[in-house]
Ligand binder design. Structure first.
Ligand SMILES: [Fe+2]
Length: 179
């Protein structure tokens, strides 16, 4: 079940939503597109990135064509994956990208935090969620201490993932994802 909590910058909760339509609407106010996509392909719990790419190949080709993405990769993590603390830390500080951040969760969950309109939108993404954070959106991401997710990352720029850290420690004032 996707879940959205909207905080004031001070950390005070302003609103919480669990129904998909309200979540979608409130995220749109922050410029974030959330869509629910089909995840009918069977995948092993520990499926590798290549296995995920192979399972979703025809779908990926279609989306690339329709939406102009040029490169695609997959992050597939489970609690037994190596270097979890380092990987988790890499995404935990507020940053921006010079291109859209686009993720399609084909399995598991992860928490995005979007800093916009003097608020923080904490959105728990789950299997089936497609999310698009426009270029320049201040955000961070928490996979939690025992991560379990498979996310297809779609890029409209061949350089792929580059984070520009804002240096703002705002993430420290908000709850971590303790999955
Ligand atoms: Fe990011």
């Amino acid at each position: 079940m996707s879940r959205l909590t909207i905080y004031q910058e001070t950390g005070e909760i302003e609103a919480e939503f669990q129904d998909y339509e309200n979540i979608r609407q409130r995220l749109l106010e922050a410029g974030i597109v959330l869509e629910r996509w089909s995840t009918e392909k069977a995948l092993a719990e520990n499926a590798s990135p290549d296995e995920v790419l192979a399972a979703y190949d025809s779908f990926i080709q279609r989306v690339k064509k329709e939406r102009g993405y040029v490169t695609v990769d997959v992050v597939s993590l489970n609690p037994q994956s190596p270097n979890i603390p380092e990987l988790r830390a890499k995404f935990l500080d507020e940053h921006t990208h010079s291109e859209d951040e686009v993720r399609f969760f084909v399995d598991g969950t992860g928490m995005f935090y979007i800093h916009k309109n003097s608020r923080v939108y904490m959105i728990l993404c789950e299997k089936g969620d497609f999310i698009n954070l426009p270029a320049g959106t201040k955000h961070w991401f928490d996979m939690g201490p025992r991560p379990f997710f498979k996310a297809i990352r779609l890029f409209n720029n061949p350089e792929g993932w580059v984070a520009h850290y804002t240096g703002d420690k705002i993430a420290d004032r908000f709850p971590k994802y303790e999955n």
